[in-house]
Design a protein around this ligand. Structure first.
Ligand code: SAH
Length: 322
């Protein structure tokens, strides 16, 4: 039986995250530098104040990996925004038992959930860094006779007729990130009803379907995405235009997407790198290099985008521009 690409991707990634250390295959912004978590901690503390400083605050991270972003946020805010830190109840959305154990070592007082619906009620700040790119996608190909959808059968791509009516030249590929869009819609509905804000960071496009962006990393190298399911990390670019539409339809206010380079620069990345270099002169080059990796357009600064959602009526959050 051919398996639709999104079902294949969901199954392959669940097996991959349950059995592998993904950080052997790729690195992420919080793993590059503590500055990432420190700046996002400042973002969360300022946003919390703009919400009226509710206590308790449900602080949620989806797909927290090694727990590094949350650990760095909590450490930094305990020092510079102790009231915020004291209000936080930390919740993780994570399906991999293996990664839950790693996260527990970094953030011992977190509470784990399988999905968004299981979180406790109340005002919340949600974070997701490189989470949406792991969610399953569908792909459609325009052929001579009409649109076909991609399935996987016996280790190969096969196509079956699809009932869609887009206009595009022959050979075009359209990707649909339905799971990511639905997740963003669910977050937006929660924020509109119960208050709070969300920050979503990932690689992707601001202008619509990314075309064929499915990629696989096996042992750190690009690999065939459908060979040996469960042995490679499968990702796709996030369609931030679709995320915006779903968030607005669900009643949230939306800012961005803006480029990660501009976002982190507005939050003070350069100043933070300089301050850390002054305090640790022997590591000055390391902090400068990390700031460059996170923000230069040729590194992560342009491909990665940042989208914020909030309850209606909050001021524009830090890092965005009118
Ligand atoms: N945010 C981290 C890790 C990114 S890797 C970082 O920036 O370093 C993707 C993370 O999402 C992993 O923790 C993985 O186990 C988790 N994940 C993937 N699919 C998921 C799903 N459907 N539900 C919950 N967590 C998921």
């Amino acid at each position: 039986m051919p398996e639709r690409l999104d079902a294949f991707m969901a199954r392959a990634n669940a097996a991959y995250y349950a059995t592998h250390d993904p950080f052997a295959d790729f690195t992420t912004a919080p793993e590059i530098s503590q500055m990432f978590g420190e700046l996002i901690g400042a973002w969360a503390a300022v946003t919390w104040a703009s919400m009226g400083a509710p206590a308790p605050l449900i602080l949620v991270e989806a797909g927290p990996g090694r727990g590094t972003l949350m650990r760095d946020m909590l450490r930094a805010t305990a020092r510079v925004a102790p009231d915020f830190r004291a209000a936080c109840h930390v919740h993780f959305i994570e399906t991999s038992p293996r990664l839950r154990a790693v996260q527990a070592a970094a953030v011992p007082d977190a509470v784990w959930h399988e999905c968004l619906d299981h979180l406790p009620a109340g005002p919340a700040i949600l974070l997701a860094n490189e989470f949406l790119d792991a969610l399953p996608i569908r792909q459609f190909v325009r052929r001579h006779g009409g649109w076909m959808e991609r399935f996987v059968a016996a280790g190969c791509f096969v196509e079956q007729p699809a009932v869609v009516a887009w206009q595009a030249p022959q050979g075009s590929i359209i990707e649909l990130g339905e799971a990511a869009a639905a997740w963003v819609g669910g977050v937006a509905a929660r924020l509109a009803a119960q208050g709070g804000a969300a920050l979503i960071l990932d690689y992707g496009t601001a202008e619509g379907s990314p075309g064929d962006s499915l990629q696989a990393l096996r042992s750190g190298a690009p690999a065939d995405p459908i060979a040996a399911p469960g042995t490679a990390d499968l990702t796709a670019h996030v369609d931030f235009a679709a995320a915006r539409r779903h968030a607005e339809a669900a009643g949230a206010a939306v800012w961005g997407p803006v480029r990660q380079g501009a976002f982190l620069t507005r939050l003070g990345l350069r100043h933070r790198a300089a301050a850390l270099a002054r305090a640790n002169p022997g590591r000055a080059a390391e902090f400068a290099d990390a700031a460059e990796r996170l923000s230069a357009p040729s590194r992560m600064g342009a491909l990665f985008k940042v989208l914020a959602l909030s309850q209606p009526g909050l001021p524009m959050p830090p890092g965005f521009a009118a």
